[in-house]
Design a protein around this ligand. Structure first.
Ligand SMILES: *Cc1c(COP(=O)(O)O)cnc(C)c1O
Length: 429
């Protein structure tokens, strides 16, 4: 039963229901991180990386301790730290040897870096549409996009749960492709008992300041493949200056960058990792509570968890049904936000960014889209991924509540705000 609230909507001059500022919760940064940072500062050794073959190629003690802790925690053979997940994605694409003329299948509903990493190697991102209810790459749509140029798939574990990794790994086997998991949003999530990010050939985590655990900026690449681990380490740290002395035999795409993490970030990240399970547990508890509270509202579908998965709610995404209310999502959100929220949709679909509409990445040369090694036309733009476009522009939103500094009573207040807007649907129509 929805409690009727006839008080005037805040957008029509009434009092807003919520008066609390909802901000990202960074309280997990505490004394332990402070101590870890001071220890590094006292050592006066803020980085120990050198872009040369030898012991310093792998960085300093904090970086190595973090990588060891990370590989143990996530039950993988290799963890390689980098300065962001974006760098991690670039390194992963390079490690797979992707290059001009190759295609990589990516979802359009993600952060732009997922597709940019492909362009970084002069390869072509091919967008496949997403699932209606889990919002990750749809394996059926992937298969439709596979061609003789396809080299890899980047599966994004979006909003806090794994993509359909069984189906995606089966496609990879069938067509002899490699798979990268972009796991920036799902640290600690599970795919049938395995950690999300560790199922595919190579996985990338983020440690930026709005992810579950953070070091300000940072990222971690994981893999069980020794050769891929070597390659991402080379790309992280000036490969071209190292491969000769190292005697590395396969330097394809081995132009290096400086993607190195500092000792301070590594020290913070190591402490944060110890807090991940507890933070996730509380996030899941609050999310489940919100799901209970939304039950009376049949026009709001709470996040659906894939069978066999553990969801860690990077974003608590709600699907809105305008058929049931007769009010467009954006009108509903304007009224809801008037009551003291900053609810919004997720992210402009990547395939509609100007870069893909204009295809003038490297001036008027047309690369990589009209690269002679590619030798065909690639189409982007509106209508390419209709599910993504409908979800983003009409159906999904997140209230900005979960992973803010909240308690159960703040969720009660949110449910009251939804009930209030619901009571006024007539005047919004
Ligand atoms: C945050 C994010 C990234 C990029 O992470 P950075 O560490 O900020 O570079 C990549 N992909 C997805 C899906 C993300 O959410």
């Amino acid at each position: 039963m929805v409690r009727v609230n006839e008080d005037a909507l805040a957008i029509h001059g009434g009092q807003p229901i919520n008066t609390k500022q909802l901000v990202w919760d960074h309280d997990s940064i505490g004394e332990e991180e402070r101590d870890a940072v001071l220890e590094v500062l006292d050592s006066k050794m803020l980085s120990e990386f050198q872009g040369v073959h030898g012991p310093k190629f792998l960085g300093g003690s904090k970086v190595r301790e973090l990588e060891e802790s990370w590989s143990k925690y996530f039950e993988v053979d290799y963890a390689v730290s980098v300065n962001s997940a974006t760098s991690g994605l670039y390194a992963a694409v390079g490690a797979l040897g992707v290059g001009p003329g190759d295609e990589v299948v990516v979802p359009p509903y993600t952060m732009s870096a997922t597709a940019a990493a492909v362009l970084g190697y002069n390869a072509i991102p091919i967008f496949a549409d997403i699932e209606e209810d889990y919002f990750c790459l749809d394996p059926v749509k992937i298969e439709e996009k596979i061609s003789d140029k396809t080299r890899a798939i980047i599966a994004v574990n979006l909003f806090g749960q794994p993509a359909d990794l069984d189906a995606i790994m089966n496609l990879a086997k069938k067509y002899n492709l490699k798979v990268i998991e972009d796991n920036a949003q799902s640290p600690g999530a599970r795919h049938k008992g395995r950690y999300a990010g560790t199922v595919a050939d190579i996985g990338v985590f983020s440690l930026n300041y709005h992810k579950h655990i953070q070091s300000g900026e940072g990222g971690i690449i994981v893999t069980n493949d020794e050769e891929l681990a070597t390659r991402v380490r080379l790309i992280r740290n000036h490969a071209e200056a190292v491969v000769g002395d190292m005697g590395y035999q396969n330097p394809v795409s081995m132009l290096g960058w400086n993607y190195r993490m500092t000792e301070i970030e590594a020290a913070i990240a190591r402490v944060q990792l110890q807090k991940l399970a507890t933070l996730n547990q509380r996030t899941i508890e609050l999310s489940n509570y919100l799901t209970q509270k939304l039950k009376p509202f049949d026009f709001l579908q709470p996040p659906q968890t894939r069978p066999g998965a553990l969801h860690v709610y990077y974003l608590y995404i709600i699907k809105y049904d305008a058929q049931k209310t007769g009010v467009h999502r954006d009108v509903f959100l304007r009224a809801l936000n008037g009551e003291g929220y900053k609810a919004r949709s997720y992210n402009f679909p990547v395939h509609l960014l100007p870069l893909f509409e204009d295809k003038n990445l490297y001036g008027d040369k047309g690369c990589p889209f009209s690269c002679p090694f590619y030798g065909q036309e690639v189409r982007y733009g509106k209508g390419l991924c209709p599910v993504t476009e409908r979800l983003e522009f009409e159906e999904v939103f997140f209230p900005g509540l979960i992973r803010s500094r909240i308690e159960e009573k703040d969720i009660d207040i949110f449910a009251d705000a939804v009930a209030k807007v619901y009571s006024h649907l007539d005047e919004l129509r």
